[in-house]
Design a binder for this molecule. Sequence first.
Ligand code: ADP
Ligand code: NI
Length: 215
Amino acid sequence: MQDIIISKTIDFVKETLKNAEAGHDWFHIERVFKTAQTINETEKADQLIVALAALLHDIADPKFNGGDEELGPKVAEDFLKSIAVDQSIIDQVKLIIQHMSFKNSFDEVKFSSKEMEVVQDADRLDAIGAIGIARAFTYGGFKNRVLYDPEIKFKEYLDKEGYKNTTAPTINHFYEKLLKLKDMMNTVSGKAIAEERHQFMLQYLDQFYKEWEGK
Ligand code: ADP
Ligand code: NI
């Protein structure tokens, strides 16, 4: 039964995200889904809730839907109802989707569950390491940003939210967000994977600056 629910959800997400941009496409969802399962081998949270939340967490990203924060949870709920998933499971999945983003982690009202910790770690892991670097430069290209500008210190770009800006070079994003994620991990296995990916990014930045200087 669980397998059927999961496979129907996979089909729905693939179809819904078929025109999504590269940072939030089906392959991002698939990586988060797999990483969440890897983390959950040790965490042992509810498998169905972890799977459904991982699959549906970016189903209607507010960034691409006029800032509507409620659309994603609603699309997820409508779909899960249509395939007759128990309301108690739907409620859990909705809460996870509502509270998962980096932005919401600064909210005053916090929701947490073991399942959410697992899926949030998996999503954050996809923003760091080799894949995270690729996603950052893809996003930067999409926004027509320069790779790096040695004249511009990243701190000058931080607004009061502390991580968002509109024009900063892509390298700044490492300092605004990517290098902070390691210390925001929830689970022990998530932390271990994050540590490895973090070291890889530091090494990448060293090499980047070296090459920038023509060395
Ligand atoms: P997520 O959906 O994983 O919570 P975001 O929607 O904030 O994260 O970002 C999606 C991807 O785009 C991530 O890999 C993130 O690092 C990257 N990204 C977001 N903002 C920027 C930026 N200002 N510069 C470069 N990359 C960015
Ligand atoms: Ni995501």
